[in-house]
Every structure is written in C-alpha cells, then in structure tokens.
Design a protein around this ligand. Structure first.
Ligand SMILES: C[S@@+](CC[C@H](N)C(=O)[O-])C[C@H]1O[C@@H](n2cnc3c(N)ncnc32)[C@H](O)[C@@H]1O
Length: 252
C-alpha cells in the first residue's frame, strides 16, 4: 500500500524541472515517442508499458494523449514509485520490479503490449543485461508493436563535437543550478529526504541504489541498433536526435 502523498503534483513539477535541467528537450522526445505509438495503434485502446518510469512522467503524458490507454509502469525506486502511484491513481498499474533480473516480466499484469516506452533509464544497466532486456521486451510486444528508448546515445561519427556539446550543456546546467532555476539530482533527493512521507522511502532507496545511482554506461547509438537487431526486431532505427541524446525505435 502506497503512503498518502498530498502534494504529488508539486513533486512531479519539481522532478520535471530537475530533469529538464539535464534534458532541455525532454518534452519533445516524449511527444515523438507518443507520435510513434499513435502511428501503430489500432482501434483498441493502446496498452502501454512505461519501463523504469520513475514518477510516471511518460504514463501521465500518454494518458493525456490517449485517455483510454491501459498503462503499466515498472520501476524499482520506492520513493519514485510512491509518487507515480499517487499521481496516476487507478489510471495505471504501478509495479515494483528490478529490470536487472530476467524474471521481471512475471510481475506484469499483461504479457502483451502495443508499445514499451522508456527514457533516461536503461543506461543504468550493464551492456550484457541491456541486450538481454531488449529481447525480453520484444517478447512482450504484439507483432507490429514497438519499443522506444530515449537516452544518452551519442552519434558514433561525432566524437569531438559530442564532447563539445556536452561541455556547453554542462555550463548551461551549472548556470541554472547556480541561479536556483532548478534543483540538481542530489539536491532533489536531499529535499525528498526532508519530506516526512518520502523520508522512509528515500532511506529504502539508498539501500537499493547504494551509490545513489547504478553504474552509467552510454554507448553510441550504433550499439543500441545492433543490440535491437540481434534481439530479433524487424525494423530498428533512430526516431529522434537531440545533440548527444537520441531515441531509438524497434518494431516487432
Ligand atoms: C532518471 S530516472 C527516469 C525516470 C523517468 N523515465 C523519467 O523520464 O522521468 C531513471 C529511472 O530508472 C529506474 N531504474 C534504474 N535501474 C532500474 C532497475 N534495475 N529496475 C527498475 N528501474 C530501474 C530508476 O529507479 C529511475 O526511476
């Protein structure tokens, strides 16, 4: 049972501001993701899986665009899951599962989805595990259904420019943090730890992610396209690019 969070909307807003300081084009990538869902949907309400969905950012936007969608959100973080549950209520099924383990699909309410959507999350998994996860996701999709993964995925042919883009982005972010325009990742978590309802969940989170974050691994987009092809998808490609970030799409 989730704790009762009265101010979930305020936490959503501060999460969005915190994430946007790292990803200024965050909303655009979500829109492109939902355009892809729209392109493959049939007459039935779309069944969507928000993978490593955190506070429910993608689920909330998907439900705004497709009010009749059947949405499942999976994550491992107890604090973010509590915020997701408080914001989504009975409009989505919120599931606790570890994507680092191959048995995670058993926790889902359905074994067939029209689309699996994920953002800024799978770089927490090591290469071998992510390659296996891509195949597990394929098995959950109906034929013609799709996966979209938006994450840090540099363009292979632009190593020098990517470094420069990242350096500029760091400068702009530092200015926003210095001016108090947005909280940094660690400041956001410090703030959450001061909230009486979230505090015990943040403590549990520290036990799950002892370093505050799993290891980060950001291979170029070609790695993802190769791994998705190896996982047996029929069409794979880049759906969107924003500087050093991209969204790859894979159609079953
Ligand atoms: C930066 S957040 C992004 C959340 C959301 N997709 C968004 O765009 O706001 C990364 C998410 O990945 C989740 N995550 C990382 N490793 C995970 C794992 N092994 N199993 C499930 N979720 C995981 C974290 O708990 C966190 O919610």
């Amino acid at each position: 049972m989730s704790p009762y969070i009265t101010d979930a909307a305020a936490w959503q807003e501060s999460w969005d501001r915190q994430q946007e300081a790292y990803l200024p084009d965050r909303e655009h990538r979500f829109e492109v993701m939902l355009d892809a869902v729209d392109a493959v949907r049939d007459t039935a309400p779309p069944r969507l899986l928000d993978l490593a969905g955190g506070t429910g950012t993608i689920s909330l936007r998907a439900l705004r665009r497709f009010p009749d969608a059947e949405v499942t959100l999976v994550d491992l973080d107890p604090a973010l899951l509590a915020l997701a549950a408080a914001s989504l209520g009975d409009r989505a099924t919120v599931v606790t599962a570890d994507l680092g383990q191959p048995d995670w699909p058993a926790t889902l309410p359905h074994q067939r989805y029209d689309a699996v959507l994920t953002a800024t999350a799978l770089h927490w998994l090591p290469a071998e595990r992510l390659a296996a996860l891509y195949a597990e996701i394929r098995d959950l999709l109906r034929p013609g259904g799709l996966l979209v993964n938006a994450d840090h995925m540099p363009e292979d042919t632009l190593p020098e420019l990517t470094g420069r883009l990242l350096a500029r982005a760091r400068e702009r972010r530092a200015a926003r943090h210095a001016a108090g325009a947005a909280l940094s990742w660690s400041q956001w978590w410090d703030q959450a730890a001061q909230d009486p309802t979230l505090r015990p969940l943040v403590r549990q989170r520290h036990a799950i992610y002892p370093s505050g974050h799993s290891p980060e691994w950001n291979p170029p987009v070609s790695w993802h396209l190769g791994a998705l092809s190896d996982a047996g998808f029929s069409e794979v490609g880049t759906l969107w690019r924003g500087g050093p970030d991209a969204a790859v799409v894979a159609v079953r």
